[in-house]
Design a protein around this ligand. Sequence first.
Ligand code: COA
Length: 341
Amino acid sequence: MPTSPSAQGARAAVVCGLGAWLPPRAVDNDELASRIDTSDDWIRTRTGIRTRHFVSPGMPTSRLATEAGARALESAGLDSVDAVVLATTTPDRPCPATAPLVAHRLGLTGRPAFDVSAVCTGFLYALATAAALITSGAAEHILVIGADAFSTIVDPEERSTAVVFGDGAGAVVLRAGGAAEPGAVGRVELGADGSLADLITVRAGGSETRSTDVPPSRADAHFSMAGQEVFFHAVTRMAGASRTAIADAGWRAEEVDRLVGHQANARILHAVGERLDIPRDRIVIHLDRVGNTAAASIPLALAHAQSTGGLGAGDRVVLSAFGGGATWGATALTWPDLKTA
Ligand code: COA
């Protein structure tokens, strides 16, 4: 029997499609240890990462985003949406945004398409933006993609960052629906603190350095991260935002079936779980296979969990992330019955 609109609750954005794509080139810890001063043991015990995928030469972020976006549209059974929102820190070019090109390649020329930049929190910022466009009535269907190719911005010789990141893309399709439906995205708790901008950064390449004639140093031209400080802020902010999202959903922590946190470090996810009283067997770990894929990490983890039985219809799910900016966010949703493409 069809459900009446009032039984479905207020207008909300509902997840109705999910897709993911990894570039074919897999790089395991031993391969990295063969060219830089590190070891499989150090990487596994400090981060939980075993392998990751890197783009091959000439493969830009738009390729990753297009592949994941096409799979999410297929999973939703749609060939058109009203807008494309792409979260990325590694756009194809500094100008223009990458989303219009991705939309064009998906046959969506003419639809609004724009990038969102919030580093590893990017997917949640993009999800919040798209959900707001739907709840406002501006759109019925939106494709939200998180795609990053951090192997193009880390210094391959710098062991503290070179071992941590991987490339990939994940995407969801949102449709207009009701807040009581499975898949309805709850309020997205977001935050930012620009006083921490130097903790995760690529110093050169933007207007700050281009407005001078000084050529950048090798360190400034590449990604840098103050690992231990970031670790502390990531645990604090992800736990705080998740707590708010769980309370907004009207749940108790013990009712959460799956914590799908940004996949930076297994130790961070375990520490967040401990603060929230969410046991380890409810924490989705995907970083062992892909590393930290930045804006792609949450939708990639969702797609992997769904395709391997780690996430099922009706599960109460919390999404949570921390990233450069600094930025952070979390939201809660009851997982819908989806086809994975
Ligand atoms: N292999 C071997 N040794 C390494 C190494 C590597 N790849 N990288 C660093 N080391 C060494 C350091 O040189 C240091 O040596 P020292 O004690 O002789 O000076 C030691 O290991 C510890 O370095 P440190 O940076 O303190 O390691 P860590 O335990 O903090 O782990 C990270 C580093 C990056 C894995 C960890 O800090 C982290 O995950 N941070 C948060 C990342 C995050 O949340 N990102 C989210 C937003 S992107």
